[in-house]
Design a binder for this molecule. Structure first.
Ligand SMILES: NC(=O)c1ccc[n+]([C@@H]2O[C@H](COP(=O)([O-])OP(=O)(O)OC[C@H]3O[C@@H](n4cnc5c(N)ncnc54)[C@H](OP(=O)(O)O)[C@@H]3O)[C@@H](O)[C@H]2O)c1
Length: 276
């Protein structure tokens, strides 16, 4: 009953199993996984001997004290319908689903509920998991979940109102930055003929090193710009171009992502009904 259950063995579910085990936060025997397809469950069993495989989502609810829901937002309602009858009321539901509010989940389950937003970079123990606890979450459950996720990176508590913008930065951000790396490398290739794999390697290393530099020195990005983009120099030309054009591009991109965030999860009230 002290086990941690994970419903959905996709990108995030798989990353969490790997992260919790390799960090030592949980032993395989403390994890139980359920997923829709036999193929995913077989992959989990093959990769992580000792991890429990549940026959159904309801089985997870019966066996686990913490139930992590790692399915896509539009699938959360169906999963809640399946597990609600098997929940006693003291299990801690932890939802990863973007755009599914605490209130929507608490409408289906009156016990403790927390929203967490990890990031793909948690797979290498880097990046921030955002945490937002519901009203029913006591100190014990809050600390247990925060300790668990701090094993795969840092943990930052945010209000639910701030969750969309924080998600865009910390969880969508790696996808945005990876596409910027591609653009930087692509521009270098088009401008000079440098081999694409060499350009990609240099751009990737540069981004990783810039993050490490900012983190280790504690300097603000603007200070770093000042150090590199000296007056009349080469970088200054590029920074000026970015500063003229990027704010408009980023405002447009963020507005579009926030709009998408607001519509990503089908309202849970659309589900037929939740057995209570
Ligand atoms: N990807 C990210 O960077 C990221 C970051 C933070 C939060 N999130 C959130 O994490 C959640 C999962 O995202 P993801 O990228 O891991 O999606 P994903 O790769 O599509 O994985 C979802 C998994 O859910 C399983 N599933 C679907 N319906 C199910 C059901 N009724 N019962 C049990 N399992 C079911 C599927 O299992 P089968 O494979 O067995 O069919 C699939 O593997 C989403 O809500 C997303 O908003 C994602």
């Amino acid at each position: 009953m002290n086990s941690t259950g994970i419903i959905g063995y996709g990108h995030m579910g798989g990353m969490l199993v790997k992260g919790f085990i390799t960090s030592g936060a949980l032993s395989p025997g403390e994890i139980v996984v359920a997923s829709r397809s036999r193929r995913s469950l077989d992959a989990c069993a093959a990769a992580w001997p000792g991890v429990g495989i549940a026959a159904t989502n309801a089985d997870i609810a019966r066996r686990c004290r913490t139930v992590i829901i790692a399915v896509r937002p539009q699938e959360v309602g169906g999963v809640l319908c399946e597990i609600a009858p098997a929940l006693a009321g003291d299990e801690h539901i932890v939802s990863l689903a973007a755009g599914i509010s605490l209130a929507a989940i608490e409408d289906a389950y009156t016990g403790p509920v927390t929203r967490v937003v990890p990031t793909i970079t948690s797979a290498v123990g880097e990046g921030t998991t955002l945490v937002c606890h519901g009203r029913q979450v006591g100190m014990d459950n809050a600390l247990r979940v925060e300790r668990l996720f701090s094993a795969i990176g840092s943990v930052v508590a945010v209000s639910e109102a701030d969750l969309p913008a924080a998600t865009l930065l910390s969880s969508c951000g790696p996808g945005l930055l990876a596409s910027l790396i591609e653009e930087l490398a692509g521009a270098a290739v088009r401008a000079s003929g440098i081999p694409p794999d060499r350009a990609l390697l240099l751009a990737t290393e540069m981004v990783a090193a810039t993050g490490a530099y900012l983190r280790e020195t504690g300097r603000a990005p603007g200070d770093l710009v000042g150090e590199v983009a000296t007056g009349g120099g080469i970088t200054e030309v590029g920074v000026r171009g970015f500063r003229e054009r990027l704010p408009a591009v980023f405002d447009e991109v963020f507005a579009a992502m926030l709009e998408r965030y607001g519509t990503v999860g089908r309202p849970l009230s659309d589900e037929r009904s939740y057995p209570r």
